[in-house]
Design a protein around this ligand. Structure first.
Ligand code: ZN
Length: 591
């Protein structure tokens, strides 16, 4: 179980206020994207906010930006013509991907950016423009392994002049974020937020904590408030009494209006708080930042003494077990070897030191991280860099303590007990994968209640499962789809097994290397990517069009498609693994 303490699942639609666009402008400046493209993104969001439409989507994005002057600066005429041609076709995954490729190539051709950073920005945009928070969460799930857990941090971005409509956006966002915990029990842990610009901010926060829906508090001082504000102080006292951990944005970048606002994140403000509230736990997101005031910190040979990073380390020493720092969005150290070596040596020093080592946490900053990397790549790099023992420490042992989750020989904290009750009361049931193992092992969770669900979602290959039976037909008696079994495999199954039941069992155990999109080279199977993608689409087509299966689980086609692709390309997986995925998305009506 890996615990990501820093993830976001809001989409543009749920945070689209005047203030957000202003802050996004700051956020996107300095990133490795061409200025005209940044302008195109911002003017699209401005147009959509003014028209007060809730129709934000990638397709709408393409159609709208075509009419913007900046588009002509960005895209040369021949590409424009191709673009128009594709716009005429009604929206589909293929169409959207084609338009994306055209824009990507136009941007890369302008020479100023690498194709990988263009792809990253588009992927970030794709996630931000998803229809709802469910879809964003489902996308996050494709980056997580079975039993991984993510903390979901909401964002309340409004200015003082915000009207009723803008103010209501956050309430909806919070409600939708809480729902994710019901869709993935124990795997998605929502935090609540306070922002003193909102009059009843404390009451909203308190309600989410009391109900058990949220297990922590998120603060974002660089939105322009001090933690000394009476509303924040009241919330912190409440966290102290109710065993609620706090995570605040803790570098001088991110969503901020000015340098002055960023300074509200300074760790020094926490000394009196930690002195007074003896039970309070706080995590500084981004661990003070890899840079501060544009100067390197974590990537320097020695972390500067006057940096926030150092201030946080001192707090850790003075308040053992209560002050944490997370490594989310730490990507600067990839820029060159010296930075990489310095960063690694600093982190290793911290992880060797008894004063700090139990207080470092792992986080990714999904989906904002997507501007620079996928969650999987980011995670894998940290895992390789730190080694299994240290990675397990920051991604499991330490966050278990920070969040108050149950550990061996130790009962969970109050915030988690309330959350478990809330999940039971609200009949949580997972749409994909299995509930978290920590939850399944909890004494309050009735195994029976979850069992029926787990059986249908597991990858275990069973002739009693109608989805599996249908998948068997897809391979054994294909109609309107290509033959995906190698002739040799079919022959050998026919020779060895007489009954349908036996053949069914054999197909389930068959390695994917026996499918036609793998050809057999001299030593190992060779994957034909193009054909493999066709295979994934055919499976979707089969369950959608050829059978009367009902669609369950994530509704966004991209989620199923990418899940299938991840597995289908691996020659050591079996057909039963494909069945496990499909079972999370389709169900046959019970007769
Ligand atoms: Zn963040």
């Amino acid at each position: 179980m890996k615990i990501n303490v820093h993830a976001h699942v809001f989409n543009f639609r749920s945070i689209l206020t005047k203030e957000t666009i202003l802050l996004l402008k700051h956020r996107l400046t300095g990133l490795n994207i061409p200025a005209p493209f940044r302008d195109v993104i911002l003017s699209y969001l401005r147009t959509r906010r003014r028209r007060k439409t809730s129709d934000l989507s990638l397709d709408d994005f393409y159609r709208t930006i075509r009419g913007l002057g900046a588009f002509n600066i960005l895209v040369p005429r021949p590409v424009r013509n191709l673009f128009d041609h594709h716009l005429e076709i009604s929206s589909s995954i293929e169409g959207e991907q084609m338009l994306m490729s055209l824009l990507e190539s136009a941007l890369v051709d302008r020479g100023s950016v690498s194709s990988s950073s263009v792809i990253n920005i588009f992927d970030w945009l794709r996630i931000g423009l998803m229809k709802n928070i469910n879809d964003v969460t489902d996308d996050l799930m494709t980056h997580m392994d079975d039993d991984d857990v993510a903390v979901l941090l909401p964002m309340d971005i409004i200015d003082r002049k915000a009207g009723k409509k803008e103010r209501s956006l956050f309430l909806k966002q919070l409600e939708d974020t809480e729902k994710q915990a019901l869709r993935y029990p124990g795997r998605m842990l929502p935090f609540a937020m306070v922002n003193p610009v909102r009059n009843n901010s404390f009451e909203i926060f308190k309600k989410s904590i009391d109900s058990g829906a949220c297990v922590g508090l998120k603060l974002y001082p660089s939105l322009g408030y001090s933690i000394e504000h009476s509303t924040v102080q009241k919330a912190l006292k409440y966290c102290n009494d109710q065993s609620v951990p706090v995570l605040l944005h803790g570098n001088d970048k991110g969503f901020r209006k000015s340098k002055k606002d960023a300074a509200f994140c300074n760790p020094k403000y926490w000394v009196p708080v930690l002195d007074e509230l003896k039970n309070l736990k706080v995590c500084f997101g981004h661990f003070g930042g890899e840079t501060q005031d544009g100067k390197e910190t974590w990537t320097k040979a020695i972390i500067p003494d006057d940096s926030w990073a150092m201030a946080i380390l001192r707090l850790m020493e003075n308040y053992p077990g209560r002050v944490f720092g997370d490594l989310s969005f730490h990507t600067d150290h990839w820029e060159d070897d010296t930075k990489g070596e310095n960063y690694l040596s600093n982190i290793q020093t911290v992880l060797k030191d008894d004063r700090y080592k139990t207080q470092v946490l792992w986080g990714t900053d999904f989906h904002l991280l997507r501007m620079a990397s996928t969650d999987r790549d980011f995670t894998q790099k940290f895992n390789e860099m730190l080694g299994a023992t240290n990675f397990n420490r920051i991604a499991n042992e330490n966050p278990v303590h920070f969040l108050g989750l149950p550990a061996t020989g130790k009962k969970e904290e109050k915030n988690i007990s309330r959350h478990v009750e809330w999940l039971i009361e609200n009949k949580a049931s997972t749409v994909y994968g299995t509930p978290a193992s920590w939850l399944m092992e909890h004494e309050r969770v009735d195994r029976e209640a979850f069992n029926s669900w787990i059986l249908s979602a597991s990858g275990s290959w069973s002739i009693n499962n109608l989805v599996h039976r249908s998948l068997f037909q897809f391979f054994w008696t294909p109609q309107d789809v290509p033959e995906y079994l190698h002739a040799g495999a079919r022959r050998s199954i026919n020779n060895q097994f007489a009954t349908v039941e036996e053949k069914f069992e054999a197909i389930g155990m068959l390695s994917l290397a026996e499918l036609t999109y793998f050809s057999h080279g001299p030593s190992s199977p060779v994957l034909d990517n193009q054909k493999m993608r066709g295979f994934c689409k055919d499976i979707m087509f089969w369950f959608r069009r050829k059978t009367n299966a009902e669609h369950i689980g994530p509704q966004d086609d991209n989620i199923l498609y990418s899940k299938l692709q991840q597995t289908a390309g691996q020659s050591d997986k079996r057909i039963s693994d494909i069945a496990g995925i499909v079972s999370g998305f389709f169900r046959f009506p019970v007769i």
